[in-house]
Ligand binder design. Structure first.
Ligand SMILES: Cc1ncc(COP(=O)(O)O)c(C=O)c1O
Length: 400
């Protein structure tokens, strides 16, 4: 865990740049090149494996963005990838070998579940899943060959939190490397390294980019982990394109103000929904009704821009509300400045069996919102109109 020199708003804008530099462009240039020219063979040898050799190995534009993210997370280093899945799969592959074992919580991104359960076994690496936050079960699953404890917090779409202190203590006791997918929180709301988590992963496609116009992944952690993952990235090849990395840097400059606004907007929307007679349940970490509100205050600086809620008696009711919204665009993904709405059973959780979805608490009546930076009153008025399209639910009517 590295000390922070500045507050997070300052880090978002200034981190990664050389503050002593007194001339040259203010904006970081895009090194839109696949290779780098050298003057002689000695220099060729000198630049090998640096960010001025060949862009699959690294690139000066990437270096600025990577330093900026490392500073925000408070880690020794960070790496960029062509997608969030690229960051997660490359990092796992860098740190396991045939015969190793992974323990992972059940509520994680579906693509990662697929990689752990369908792809890694082909390479001789097994995974045991434990119910999220059931750490006794997690400990029982740990074997002498277990290498990684894989976590995600807050979870999608039920916004459950994982107790990071507890997870880090178990990992330390059993000498496991802890991974966390911290996409929903961003370093503005949660810095897992402060809790002793080893490797922080993000789909940078979401809040880091912030404008729903690029795909990228991030891994941040201690130097020895980052060195090993960097070398695996070079071999597997999932490096980011320099132009997309430059767009990402532009997004990061406003990360703190965007996320702070999204925290405020999402809390207002969640409180409004909770009061609405047609809404049976709202999932948002900063609501008083959230079963882990105390943990939320301990671990998070804000609840983030994503929330989910359940309406009506059938999936059709949820569909009608989602389709009636005009300021929330019907699309998967999250974290951008534009508000989005999606039905998890049709998008992020469509590949999961209905039985498993029920165990995860993902219902047909669930709607997930990614709240953007628009005016909260406008967003609430839009939800009010959409909710008028359905009748009062039987359950809600009986409890009010
Ligand atoms: C929590 C989480 N992790 C990882 C990913 C994968 O990221 P990407 O789509 O950038 O590969 C996603 C994508 O939706 C996600 O929501």
């Amino acid at each position: 865990m590295k000390r922070h020199k500045h507050q997070q708003e300052t880090e978002a804008v200034r981190a990664g740049t050389n503050l002593d530099k007194k001339s040259g462009p203010l904006a970081t240039p895009i090194y839109q090149t696949s290779t780098f020219e050298v003057s002689d063979s000695d220099e060729q040898v000198r630049v090998t494996n640096t960010d001025m050799y060949y862009t699959r190995y690294g690139n000066p534009t990437h270096t600025v963005v990577e330093s900026s993210i490392a500073e925000l997370e408070g880690t020794d280093g960070a790496l960029l990838f062509a997608s969030g899945m690229g960051a997660i799969t490359t990092s796992i592959l860098a740190l396991v070998k045939a015969g190793d074992h992974i323990v992972a919580q059940q509520d994680i991104y579906g693509g990662v579940t697929k990689f752990l359960s369908a792809w890694l076994p082909k390479l001789g690496v097994e995974t045991t899943f434990f119910p999220t936050n059931h750490f006794e079960e997690c400990e029982r699953a740990i074997r002498p060959n277990t290498k990684i404890l894989y976590l995600e917090s807050p979870t999608n779409p039920t916004l459950r939190l994982v107790d990071l202190h507890k997870a880090a203590a178990i990992a330390k006791k059993h000498q496991l490397i802890t991974f966390i997918d911290s996409t929903f929180a961003t370093p503005i709301n949660q810095r897992p390294a402060e809790f002793g988590i080893d490797l922080v992963l993000h789909s940078g496609t979401k809040y880091f980019g912030g404008h729903s116009d690029l795909i990228c992944g991030v891994a941040a952690g201690r130097k020895e982990l980052i060195d090993s993952i960097r070398s695996t990235r070079t071999t597997i090849g999932g490096t980011m394109d320099p132009h997309a990395a430059w767009l990402l840097l532009r997004g990061i400059k406003t990360l703190a103000v965007r996320v702070q606004r999204q925290n405020e907007n999402a809390l207002r929307v969640a409180e409004y929904l909770e009061r609405h007679e047609k809404v049976r349940r709202v999932h948002y970490p900063m609501l008083k009704s959230h079963p882990q509100k105390a943990l939320a205050i301990e671990q998070l600086r804000g609840g983030g821009g994503v929330l989910s809620f359940e309406v009506g008696d059938t999936g059709d009711d949820a569909r009608r509300v989602a389709e009636a919204l005009t300021l929330f665009t019907l699309a998967p993904s999250l974290g951008g400045v534009d508000s989005l709405v999606t039905l998890p059973v049709l998008t992020s959780h469509a590949m999961i069996s209905a039985e498993h979805r029920a165990k995860m608490g993902v219902t047909d009546q669930m709607i997930r919102l990614s709240v953007g930076i628009e005016n909260a009153d406008d967003l609430i008025a839009d939800l009010d109109k959409a909710l008028a399209k359905i009748g009062t639910t039987r359950e809600a009517a009986s409890v009010r």
